[in-house]
Design a protein around this ligand. Sequence first.
Ligand code: MEV
Length: 313
Amino acid sequence: MKSIGTGYASGKIILMGEHSVVYGEPAIAFPFAGTGIQATIKANKLESWIESSFFHGPLSAAPNTMRNVTVLLWYLVKHFKIPEPFYLKIESSIPAERGMGSSAAVAVAITRAVFDWMEEPATQENILHFVNQAEAVAHGNPSGIDATTISGTEPILYQKGIGFQPFQLNMDAFLVVADTGVKGQTRKAVKDIAKLMELRPYETNQQMRTLGQLTNQAQQAVLQNKPRVLGDCMNQAQGLLRLLGASNHNLDHLIETALEHHALGAKLTGGGRGGCMIALAENETSGRQLQKTLLSAGARDTWIEGLGVYAHV
Ligand code: MEV
């Protein structure tokens, strides 16, 4: 056992397929290097302690909103027979509850830190074993896409119950990510869509299937370097996500603004009802311009990411 364990995890972006992934359809996501979480763990003298911007104090007093962390720690302590107490520090640049996978990322970073502390090999399978249990507490019925994406290193096509295939982003275009500044409501949105599925099963199933088809078309567009086709898939997906009630006026406003300013496509990313949107830009110059436009239109923060071998930021 080392004296200090450290672990890092990035955020994630879902390019296509949020919500429909819960119903077995494919989704495309990638680890998002623009944001991340660092966890550090070491022995403490008196009691187990958590230090984070969200909460600092004894583990026993952690609020219910941190149940994913406390449950995860419980599993890890039990598995590794950790000689409590410990001191855990969490430093994050991932905005919380904005669809960037902050809860999965905090779980991956902590699990990696504990594996490092215990000098155990942190394979993706080992990490996911613990993180999926914590995610089930945070999200109720997660598809597993956040934990899988964040514990890996590559873009993936993910399908619940089947697993994931890594694939190369191969597109001569840039993705702008903008934070509405409003907390997303993944859990609530997932629940409400489950209600829609009960109330209008035929229509809702059709919508899920169409979202799945759009994801497959989007993957082909990425592989064949066809940004306009990807943009069109994104716009169609956003139309359906809006019908399913996953968007909100903050997202709609930034999405409309992006489309009015030469974005090839734009949609929400992650759970929605707040959180972040993504917009596809033809090149880096138009992407940077779009960042400025979205900030003037009220975005809290923006990032830009090249989408492949042609586009490096
Ligand atoms: C959340 O990042 C993605 C959702 O599809 C929920 C899930 O897959 O568990 C909205």
